[in-house]
Design a protein around this ligand. Sequence first.
Ligand code: 2AM
Length: 463
Amino acid sequence: MGQKQSTVTETSVHVCEELGVHEYNNPPCDGGEVGIYSREPSGDYLKLPFLKDKLTIEYVHLSKVMFVMRGLPGSGRPIVVKHIKSIFEDAVVCSTSEYFMHSGRYDFDPHKLEEAKIFCQEKARNACEASTHVVVIDNTNMRKWEMKYYFKLAAETCYVIVIVEPWKFNMDELILRNHHTEDIEQLSLQLQQWESVIPLYFGWFLNEADSRMLKLVSLAHLEECLKIPEFEQDFKNFTHTSDMKDMLEYYLMPESCKEGMLHCTSKFCSFGDVPGSLEYTTSKDVLEACGLCYKLCLVGFIITPRTFGARVKLGSKELILWGQENDCPESLDLPPNTSYGRPFLHNNNYQNPIVNQSNKGKPWFPHCQATLVSSEKLEPSFHPTSGKGSRAHVTLGCAEGVKAVTTGYDLCEVIECEESPEVTSRSRTFALERGWLRDYGKSRWVLYMNRQITVKSLFTGCY
Ligand code: 2AM
C-alpha cells in the first residue's frame, strides 16, 4: 500500500475514495491468508452468514445473489471478497480498480475514472445476464448513487442484493489497518462521505425458480377453488370474466414486483421515511440476519377482489425480524359496483408473467433451483396465524391498479373475521382436496391448506 501512496495526488482524493485504491494492494493488513475451513475465521466479518452458515451457502449456490460491498480502505473488504470467491468459485468480482491493473501492477489514471466505472458496470451486466450465481460489486460504494446502477441491474435480472459492510464505522480498526499518516487524514475525509443505506423494505426473498414455482402452485390452488360453484360464481362476478384462462389471468404482478420475484415483507422502510426504519436497519438482529437463509412456511391463500396472497406462518426466528405494524385501515369495504376487472382483457396481447408459459419445454432457470416443497400435514385450523406477525404474507398478484400493500390489509380483515364468532358462524366452508375454502362474505375467501408449503428464502433488503 505504501507504493500506491505515491501515485495519489491531492486532486485525486475523491477518485481514490471511489475506487478504494488504497485497499487494492493491501490485503495482508486485513488478515492475509485465511483458510475458511482449515481454521477459525480471524475477524467478525467472517461471521457473515453466507460465509459460515451451511444452509445459506447451499441456498446461495442454488440462487442468484449480488453482494454489494461497501467499506473504506482497511474495512476488510478484500478478505471477505476472497472468502466469497473461495466458497462460490464461479463468483464474478467486479471492481473499478481492476481497470487499472496491468500485468499485476496497479497503474491508476484519474482521467480514466469514467472508463473504469463503465468497465465495472459492463462486467457486472454481463455476469448478471449470464445468470452467474454470485456477482460481487467490490467498490468502496460510500454513497448511495454509486450503487444505483447495480441495484437497478439486480432488479432487472432477478438477483437478490446483499449489502456487505464490514467494520464500517470503527475508525480505530481502520487506522490500525492503514499504517500511513496520510491514510488517516484521507480516511477521516472519506468517513465523512459515508451514507447509510436504508432499503425500500426488508424481507425474505424467494429465488427466481421458487418465485415461478410458487406462482404456478398458487394458480393450481386457485384453479381448484374454481371447481366450487359458489366460489366460481363470486369470482366471475368480481372479476367480470367467465373464461378459465381469463380468470387465472385476473391478478397481475404488482408494480413493486415487476420482474416477478416474490418476497415476504418484514419491515417497510420507504428508504428511511417510515419511523423506526433506521433503528430496524441498524439493529443487531437485522444486521446478523442479512444474507441468511430462512425457511418460510406457507399455510394458506387469501383471495379477494383486490389481492391474491399466500399466508406465511412465521417461526420464532423469523418473528424476531418482524417489524411491521399490526394496525390496518379501519374500513376496507369495497365501494358498491367497484370493478377491478380489466375490460380490455380479450383485446390486447398482454402476457401475464404469472401464467406466461413461454418457458415450457425448456429448463426454466438453468442457474437457479427451486426449493419449494409441500411438506407435513397441518392441524386443521381456521385461524392458522394470529398475534404478532399474523399479517405476514407473500403477495402473488393484485387486481389492476391495486398496490401490493393491500394484500396485508386484506389479510388483516380476514384475521378479524376469523376472530369474530358472529362472522364465522355465518361463513360457508367447502372441502377441497388441498384443504378447506371458506367464504367470509364481501368476496373475501380463504383457502386453509391441509399441507404446508415450505420454501427457502434469503433475508435482505430491496434497495
Ligand atoms: P407486500 O408486502 O404486501 O407485498 C413495496 O411497496 C413492497 O413493500 C410491497 O411488496 C408491499 O407490500 C410492501 N409494503 C409493506 N408495507 C407497505 C406500506 N405501508 N406501503 C407500501 N408498501 C408496503
